[in-house]
Design a protein around this ligand. Structure first.
Ligand SMILES: NC(=O)c1ccc[n+]([C@@H]2O[C@H](COP(=O)([O-])OP(=O)(O)OC[C@H]3O[C@@H](n4cnc5c(N)ncnc54)[C@H](O)[C@@H]3O)[C@@H](O)[C@H]2O)c1
Length: 374
């Protein structure tokens, strides 16, 4: 592997660490057509950046991301910043002709999303949107089983993404609770993951009704002053798919005891599947085609070498975790750049997702069901 691709990342906290680990582990566990080089880490705080760069072996640091984007030696821009910056950064990266690895939610709204897609398409770059759960081996298996017709005609998707870090009203304000920076609450943050998986596994959504809740009206910020909360605290969506299936989604940060439960159940004419991120190495499967007295949900442990991504890790039967999905994403992204092939999910998927989420916001505001045209 002689080819190298230089990465510049912006953001050095949660996703900064998850992505750095992804870039570093990918060539150690997967066959890559090029080696990602951790070239420049960008952010605002030099001291924090220095610590981060030293820990993850980023070669350089910079507090001026725009000039880094303009450097000829940079191949990939990795956007790991709060959502309000994705638009400006992706447009600039595309204009500079860089391949883009972008965190979700894609943008603050559909308008931003469409201009980001247009910029990426005109620049002819490889663009990736990090809905990393598509790269859980159990979800890859779910997709395969649905495509092979194991579930038959799909009737229902029952999806929820539940966390509990805001259940305590005294929890401090953060950028995630400021609409200008985040674009919304769990509706966009967690809902974007759910809608992306729904598109991936079931199909396009044709209409939506949405109800949003606001439980806590103000919280203290880091200056210990009270600030009004202007994002939703929970979002309940019910949708219709083009193929006639119906779906429900519940996204919340107030589900006491549910830490990071990205859960879905899909029911079809021939069977059902169930996934729960808190048990991410498992996929539950019910087949209507087994003898009736033996029917029941069974648990597939998705840790065998013939499950996607798994053979690159440990001997059969050894589980993997959240961070592995970022390694899978980094590996696939690098190989798609070298092959000059598009990768999914990408900015088009981001637009599709934002269209549904924006329609959900409109529905919550007006109390009306909203149709979605593709
Ligand atoms: N895929 C996932 O599972 C997942 C999980 C969590 C967060 N996210 C997404 O990742 C993105 C980042 O979230 P996070 O949790 O890492 O946030 P974070 O608050 O932990 O980190 C944000 C980083 O962005 C930097 N930053 C903020 N403003 C900046 C600016 N103007 N210029 C340069 N750097 C700036 C901060 O210094 C910090 O390093 C968000 O879009 C979030 O929704 C995705």
């Amino acid at each position: 592997m002689n080819k190298k691709l230089n990465v510049a990342i912006i953001g050095h906290r949660f996703m900064g660490r998850a992505h750095s680990n992804g870039w570093k582990q990918a060539p150690k566990f997967f066959t890559l057509e090029a080696e990602p080089v951790l070239k420049v880490a960008c952010g605002r705080d030099k001291q924090e950046l220095r610590k981060f760069a030293d820990n993850w072996s980023w070669e350089e640091i910079s507090t001026d991301w725009e000039s880094v984007f303009e450097r000829e030696d940079i191949d990939i821009i990795d956007i790991a910043t709060p959502t309000h910056l994705h638009h400006e950064m992706a447009i600039k990266a595309a204009k500079c002709g860089k391949h883009i690895f972008c965190e979700k939610p894609f943008a603050l709204n559909l308008q931003q999303a469409e201009s980001m897609l247009e910029a990426a398409q005109s620049a002819n770059i490889i663009h990736y949107l990090n809905h990393n759960y598509r790269r859980c081996p159990a979800i890859v298996l779910a997709k395969k089983m649905i495509s092979e017709g194991k579930l038959g005609r799909i009737y229902h998707l029952r999806s929820s993404y539940q966390q509990d870090w805001l259940a305590n009203p005294d929890t401090q304000m953060g950028w995630q609770l400021d609409h200008e920076l985040s674009g919304g609450g769990p509706h966009i943050d967690l809902g974007s993951h759910c809608i992306d998986l729904a598109h991936h596994l079931v199909g396009n959504i044709s209409s939506i009704s949405c109800l949003q809740a606001h439980f806590v009206k103000e919280r203290r910020n880091s200056n210990n002053t009270k600030q009004p909360i202007n994002v939703d605290d929970a979002s309940i969506m019910s949708v219709e798919f083009d193929n006639g299936a119906v779906g429900s989604f519940e996204c919340t940060r107030y589900a006491s005891g549910r830490k990071n439960r990205n859960y879905f159940e899909i029911n079809g004419s021939e069977g059902s599947i169930v996934f729960d991120l808190e048990k991410m190495n498992e996929l539950e499967y019910f087949s209507s085609n087994e003898p009736s007295q033996e029917q029941g949900f069974r648990k597939i442990i998705v840790t065998e070498p013939n499950h996607d991504y798994v053979k690159n890790w440990w001997p059969p039967g050894h589980i993997i975790g959240y961070e592995h999905t970022f390694v899978h994403s980094a590996a696939d992204f690098i190989n798609s750049i070298v092959a000059n092939n598009s990768i999914t999910p990408n900015f088009q998927d981001g637009v599709n997702c934002m269209r549904v989420l924006d329609a959900g916001n409109l529905s919550a505001k007006t109390g009306q069901r909203v149709s979605i045209a593709h």
